[in-house]
Design a protein around this ligand. Sequence first.
Ligand SMILES: [Zn+2]
Length: 348
Amino acid sequence: MYGAVIHAPGDVRYEERPEPTIIEPTDAVIRVVAACVCGSDLWRYRGISPVPNPTPIGHEYCGVVESVGEAVTTVKPGDFVVGGFNPCDNTCAACRKGATANCLNAAHYEGCQAEKLRVPLADGTLVATPEMPTDDLIPSILALSDVMCTGWHAAVSAGVGPGKSVAVVGDGAVGLCAVLAAVQLGAQKVIAMSRHESRQKAATAFGATHIVAERGDEGIAAIQALTDGIGADCVLECVGTEDARLQASGAVRVGGSIGLVGVPHGDLPVEQFFWKNIGIKGGPANCRAYLPHLLELVLNRTINPGIVFDLELPLSEIAEAYAAMDERRAIKSLVRPNAYAKAVSQFG
Ligand SMILES: [Zn+2]
C-alpha cells in the first residue's frame, strides 16, 4: 500500500509502505477513506521539530474497518469509523473520568495519511457511525479526529458556557473549530482574531459575532472595547507559540480563564497569569470523551466543521497538501486515497 513519509523538513513523499496487519488482539485495521494534514505535522515540516528518520506521518483519519483482532467487540468489518488522534482504552480509571487523552494504557499511531492504518485499542478508540455516511459528511466526520475535538477541548477547558464572552486566538482549523464550539456551548459573544478574509468568513459561518483583525496591543485593545473594557471571560489559545499565549493573557479579563490547546513551544507567561488571577487549563483533547456527542451533531447536521478543509487532493499529492498549508494557501488539506471508491462500493 501507499502512504506519506516525512524524510526531512519540507520533504514529504508518497511511497510504498508495508500493509498494516493485526498485531494485538485489540487492534483493528481500517481502510482510510479520508485523512488530513494537521497544523502540528507542520512543526516537523518546517524544521521546528526534528525528523531523525524517515517516518510515516499523519494522525487524523476516518475510514472503513477491514479486519479486527479477536478481542475487539464494538466495531466490525464494514463499519465506518472515526477515531481521535490519541488512541485510548476508554475503560481505565483516567478514561472513566473523561481524561481519555491521558489514558493509563494510551497507545499511539502515526502514518494515517495512508491507504490503510492499524488502530490500536480499537474498542476504546473508534466510534462507528450507524450507517455509511453520505459523501458530503466525510469532511465533517474527519474533522472530529482532531481539530473539532481540539477546538471543543479549548472551550470546555476555559469553561465556556451560556452568556460568556469568548475570544479565540488563532485562525487555523483548530481556532475556527473553537469558534464553532464556543457558539455551540452557548457563548453570547464570540470574537475571532483573524487577519485573513477567507478565515474571517469561515469564523463568521461558524457563528462568530465579532472579528478582530488587529494583533498585539491593538488586538487586546479591540477585544477590551468589545468586553466592557476588561477583556473576555474566556480566551481559547489555539496556536501554541509564546506570542499567542501573551495575546491570550492580554485578551482575557481579570479572573477569566484561558483554554490552552496549541502545542506549546516557548515559555508560559506565568507572571501575567498570576497577577490577573487567570485560570489556565488545557492540553491534548479528550477526543474519545467528546466523539459520541460531536459525531451526533455532525450526523444530524447541527455542526459542519468540515468547512475548514479548503483543499482536497488525492493522497498521491500529499507533498502539495503540505506545501499549501505551509504557505498558508490552504487552511487545511484533506487527502483521499484512491481506494476510497472501492471501499464505498464494497460496503456502501
Ligand atoms: Zn484509558
